[in-house]
Design a binder for this molecule. Structure first.
Ligand SMILES: NC(=O)c1ccc[n+]([C@@H]2O[C@H](COP(=O)([O-])OP(=O)(O)OC[C@H]3O[C@@H](n4cnc5c(N)ncnc54)[C@H](OP(=O)(O)O)[C@@H]3O)[C@@H](O)[C@H]2O)c1
Length: 274
């Protein structure tokens, strides 16, 4: 048998490229399903996307050593901030948002580094990005009208930081609504007709309404929402949350977080392949 015949008969089982998700604990993962299906569709039989539950981010160097085929990682709770200490570069968006959710792993060539003036003997170079920013901005922009000048951001957690960054970028003024009222943010009880009518873009960054708690919704006065409002929910499961349904019933334009999720995933893929 010739070597061509032999290689044609050998199944492509060798793992050539690995991607994955680090976080802890890791339960169901959108990214694993998304990329596994993508590799299947593309016929990339030697690409895999794995889950790497990592209780301590200090275990990252060992994970990289044990998996030299890793080319890219997604990062989720609780490591989005802590991972930054292990990266060689961090994109301006990720720095501003103070969270990295995508890492590109570049195999470094120590000899080449030496001739470029770098004395680093690191075997890999790690670049950090925040792709939620891209996903949110690109999914919001097509829906914006000239009267969407002020936004209310419900919740002040990790995802809200990507939203703040995008709103600043788009020159949209925003106010934050939080369970912890202070001079800089409204409480839910403070929301009145004037505030609701002034802020025609309302973005839910709280997990309220996520399956299975589908009857939950942010406690805002929905009666002041009208056809000029745009309600954006970062929650994507269910596709129409109670927050969105209540807005739709009053004529508002609504948008869930599914496109944001897909756009951020595709942005990861683009970064890993650049
Ligand atoms: N579509 C996408 O691509 C995408 C991307 C990222 C995140 N998400 C979704 O966005 C949501 C938020 O993510 P996150 O990581 O920012 O979550 P998080 O940090 O757990 O929560 C965000 C904020 O929501 C508020 N909140 C939490 N529980 C609440 C409650 N019971 N009642 C009222 N407010 C509450 C809190 O703000 P205050 O303490 O200030 O009230 C909290 O800081 C999640 O559902 C996540 O799945 C979607």
């Amino acid at each position: 048998m010739t070597s061509e015949e032999l290689s044609a008969k050998t199944p492509a089982t060798k793992t050539e490229k690995k991607y994955g998700l680090i976080g802890y604990p890791l339960k169901h993962s959108f990214s694993k399903k998304y990329f596994t299906e993508k590799f299947e569709k593309l016929g990339y039989t030697n690409y895999v996307y794995e889950l790497y539950p990592l209780p301590n981010i200090s275990d990252l160097p060992d994970l990289l050593k044990a998996n030299p085929e890793l080319c890219g990682l997604n990062v989720t709770i609780p490591h989005k901030i802590g991972v930054m200490f292990y990266l060689d570069t961090i994109s301006p968006e990720a720095k501003a948002v103070d969270a990295v959710n995508c890492i590109k792993i570049i195999k470094a060539n120590p000899l080449q580094n030496f001739f470029c003036g770098e004395i680093s003997m690191n075997k890999v170079r790690l670049e950090g990005y925040n792709t939620d920013v891209y996903g949110f901005e690109e999914s919001l922009k097509p829906l914006l009208k000239s009267h969407h000048k002020k936004a209310l951001v419900l919740g002040n957690g990790g995802a809200a930081r990507a939203v703040f960054y995008v709103l600043k970028n788009l020159n949209i003024d925003y106010d934050v609504v939080s369970r912890r009222a202070n001079a800089k943010q409204y409480s839910y009880e403070q929301l009145d007709e004037k505030i609701m009518k002034e802020h025609t873009l309302i973005i839910n960054t709280t997990p309220l309404g996520t399956f299975p708690n589908v009857d939950d919704a942010p406690d805002i006065p929905y009666e002041f929402i009208g056809s000029g409002h745009l309600l954006y929910d970062l929650v994507y499961n269910p596709s129409e949350t109670t927050f969105l349904r209540k807005g739709k019933e009053r004529g508002a334009t609504i948008k869930n977080g599914l496109e944001m999720l897909h756009l951020q995933a595709e942005k990861n893929w683009q970064i890993w392949n650049e």
